[in-house]
Design a protein around this ligand. Structure first.
Ligand SMILES: [Cu+2]
Length: 284
């Protein structure tokens, strides 16, 4: 199994399109989860091929040849022992590697390089750059999404990042598909925290809410913008000096607005809050 994990990684996964798992993770954690998935699929396929082989062998070897009842075998101890022990072994090995990867993904460091507080609310996001960990820390800069502007969460490569999540109302879920990871954002005292040990590829990645949270749940998008550490420091300094996120992004030579998604036309006021005042629609 360990050998499989080493051998597989990219090659087999790529050949089989990740066995349905999204490819192209941008954090070390996402790569480990991906490898676990690929290795599990290979293990499952190996068992599957073995079982299919046995079935077809039985079908051919013991097909009906006459009316005489074949030899009846029951209580074959070696056989019963085998098919009790083998599944337990397989499940144990899968469990072992799952526990290792899960512990690794959930691991929190003492002093992450960057701490960002993710605040979810119906139906947008606020990202607070913090000067420390936990509720005692202070926010030094903040980005707030609106109905017109998608919030852009700017983060650096090559630094460990802690996400501390809190919700103002209902349960949301912070999801960036390229992290191959999502975690629920809970209201009240529960502060869900997770870390990525680094982000390995600069770029713009769409982020979404992955927990059905109300009428405009589907519109709750944001963008993760991964930039070099130098640019990130400049961005944060610009934000801390009072610049808007858009101006600070322009200042470091980045696109000021989200490039992976755009604000949706919610028609919130028109349709939902003033149903009587809506003019007859001409269709759209
Ligand atoms: Cu939501």
């Amino acid at each position: 199994m360990a050998l499989l994990v080493l051998l597989t990684g990219c090659d087999v996964g790529q050949t089989f399109h990740g066995f349905g798992w999204p490819q192209g993770g941008i954090s070390p954690e996402s790569k480990r989860m991906y490898d676990l998935w690929i290795a599990s699929c290979i293990a499952a396929l190996a068992v599957g091929v073995f079982v299919w082989g046995l079935i077809f062998w039985c079908v051919v070897r013991y097909r009906k040849r006459g009316n005489a009842l074949p030899v009846q075998t029951r209580y074959n101890m070696p056989m019963e022992f085998l098919y009790t022990i083998a599944p337990i072994l397989i499940v144990s090995v899968l469990f072992y590697y799952t526990a290792i990867v899960q512990t690794d993904v959930d691991k929190l460091s003492k002093n992450p390089d960057v701490t960002v507080e993710v605040v979810a609310f119906k139906w947008n996001w606020q990202f607070n750059y913090r000067d420390g960990q936990g509720t005692e820390a202070r926010t030094t800069a903040s980005t707030l999404g609106t109905s017109e502007v998608i919030p852009v969460l700017v983060l650096p490569t090559n630094r460990s990042i802690r996400f501390e999540e809190t919700s103002r109302d209902v349960i949301h879920s912070f999801w960036v598909p390229e992290l191959l990871f999502k975690r629920d954002v809970m209201p009240g005292k529960i502060r869900n925290v997770f870390e990525v040990s680094s982000l390995d590829a600069e770029g713009a990645y769409v982020g979404r809410c992955a927990e059905l949270c109300g009428s405009y749940h589907a519109f709750m998008n944001f963008e993760l913008r991964v930039v070099s550490p130098e640019k990130y420091d400049q961005f944060l300094a610009a934000k801390q000096s009072g610049k808007s996120t858009q101006d600070a992004l322009s200042a470091i030579g980045e696109q000021p607005y989200a490039t992976t998604t755009q604000p949706f036309d919610t028609r919130r006021t028109q349709d939902n809050f003033n149903p009587d005042k809506v003019p007859a629609r001409t269709g759209s």
